[in-house]
Design a protein around this ligand. Structure first.
Ligand code: AMP
Ligand code: MG
Length: 496
């Protein structure tokens, strides 16, 4: 057997927290991709592992002797409506693996069969969403955004019934935690404060050991979670990323991006961009994400209130103070990130509100002129402090080039407050403005080739480019381009 030892501290929380259940075997698992780079972190060899063995392990057909698989219980607000009983309906948790850095990661299969929490679902995943999650989560990691990781993807040799029959897949994910805001809501809605406390203690032990010594550890936990989420959502905004389904069951307590469903990176910039076919009201539109973050965290506060203070008025006021910090932290992170993208720092003599207005005006100009989000910042990263022919590529992204010229005049005036040389500024900007993002139309092409022709070459090629998103790669310019009009993806779908 593979040389691994799963720990399972979650199991010790007790039966109310999960269903012990093994994955349902699949007919003919075949490995699509194994994340060797991540596996080395767990002490696995970098190569030489037998592919059919890996396919068996990461489809759920082979269960390691140290693993005690389970499905986690959770609840959640879905598009604003509370559902008291969700849980891992198509995911199965295998346990924790120790990492080289002294921490550990939780390992979970998704698409591994029915559980007590499956409701009407089949417990399976279609191949398309498996490939999408693999590509996007690994791209996010390389873009330095906290995220669950992809450890393996397999095909199952079975079909799943969706709007039509589709090939099935299983993705293995690694995360700092699979506990969600909705995990706390599950027990709070049953008025089971003891279990809320147990879960909070477990999360502190695993993910926030630094709050253990705080005067009020549960309050300190809440504060730490709030600050991590504020930073995470700001990072999404800096990249034009739209999660698409920020329900409270899809918000990780560890501050990682989790549950890649109808997510998407924007091509042309649009404040209110929505891709998800189920998001009719635009609840999770690009510009609404920071508000939805604080909405979700308010639901977390409600679940944790009894742990903050005995007196409920006191507890509410403590929670409100921390929720206000979210607004400040988010604002600061947003500003710092856009400064970095534009090669600016918190220079002496510059008012933060003036920089904010400068960036908002850039975004407005992009929106009015259908400029590509990623390319705007990438080309901006190449400009000199004096206007010259290098401006052309950037200007050409804008329908009205003069509008961009006007903004560039303001930007260059602002550069006068900075002390970096052009070369230094360009290098610094290029370290935060990616050349490549997983564009929707490319993911779509990957899925089409895999589903229709069993051809995984486009998947591997896109994955490889996204390993170095900040580096222009020779011969890979097709990955940098926005979609042609007939390639534009209007809507994305959940993995269900
Ligand atoms: P999601 O919005 O994809 O995060 O899923 C919301 C809930 O639906 C979770 O409890 C999932 O486990 C469950 N679910 C989604 N798809 C399936 C499926 N195919 N079979 C069973 N449960 C599912
Ligand atoms: Mg989910």
């Amino acid at each position: 057997m593979i040389n691994l030892t799963f720990k399972n501290r979650y199991l010790a929380l007790g039966e109310g927290f999960y269903e012990k259940i093994k994955p349902t075997p699949v007919a003919k698992p075949e490995l699509i991709k194994f994340n060797h780079e991540l596996a080395v972190d767990f002490g696995l060899p970098a190569n030489g592992m037998d592919e059919s063995f890996l396919a068996g392990v990461f489809s759920g057909n082979l269960i390691h002797e140290s693993s005690e698989p389970l499905a986690m219980a959770y609840a959640g607000h879905q598009f604003g409506h509370f559902n008291p009983q969700l849980g891992d309906g198509r995911a199965i948790y295998l346990g924790e693996l120790d990492c080289a850095d002294g921490g550990s990661l939780d390992i979970q299969l998704k698409g591994s069969g029915r559980t007590r929490y499956s409701r009407n679902g089949d417990g399976r995943a279609a191949l398309g969403p498996v490939l999408r999650e693999y590509l996007v989560s690994e791209a996010m990691h390389k873009l330095h955004v906290p995220t669950t990781r992809a450890l393996a993807a397999v095909t199952t040799g079975e079909q799943v019934a969706r709007e039509r029959l589709l090939p099935g897949g299983v993705i293995t994910r690694a995360a700092a935690s699979f506990i969600r805001v909705g995990s706390f809501q599950y027990f709070a809605s049953q008025e089971d404060d003891a279990s809320v406390k147990k879960l909070a203690d477990y999360v502190i032990e695993r993910n926030y050991p630094e709050v253990r010594e705080a005067e009020n550890p549960c309050l300190a936990l809440f504060e730490a979670v709030v600050l991590r989420q504020a930073r995470l959502i700001a990072q999404w905004m800096h990249l034009g990323f739209i999660h698409g389904v920020m329900n409270t069951d899809n918000m990780s307590i560890a501050g990682e991006t989790i549950d890649y469903g109808p997510c998407a990176f924007m091509d042309f910039y649009n404040h209110g961009q929505v891709y998800s076919f189920i998001d009719h009201q635009g609840r999770y539109a690009y510009s609404n994400q920071p508000n939805m973050g604080v909405w979700n965290l308010s639901r977390l506060a409600e679940a944790l209130l009894p742990l903050f203070a005995e007196n409920s008025d006191v507890a509410v006021s403590l929670a409100q103070d921390i929720l206000e910090q979210y607004v400040h932290r988010y604002g600061n992170e947003w500003l710092a990130g856009f400064r970095a993208k534009c090669g600016l720092t918190a220079a002496a003599g510059v008012k933060p509100e003036d920089d904010k207005a400068l960036f908002e005006s850039l975004l407005d100009t992009m929106a009015e002129n259908q400029a590509d989000f990623t390319l705007t910042f990438y080309y901006l990263s190449q400009l000199n402090s004096q206007a010259d022919e290098k401006d052309t590529k950037l200007r050409d992204l804008f329908v009205n080039r003069e509008a961009m010229d006007a903004w560039l005049v303001r930007w260059r005036q602002r550069l006068a407050f900075e002390s970096m040389t052009d070369a230094e500024r360009q290098a610094s900007m290029q370290s935060v403005n990616p050349v490549y993002i997983p564009r929707n139309h490319q993911i779509e092409a990957v899925i089409r080739a895999a589903e229709d022709d069993n051809d995984f070459a486009p998947f591997h090629a896109l994955h490889d480019v996204l390993q170095n998103p900040f580096q222009r790669q020779q011969g890979k310019d097709s990955y940098l381009l926005p979609p042609a009009p007939d390639e534009v993806v209007q809507q994305t779908f959940c993995g269900t």
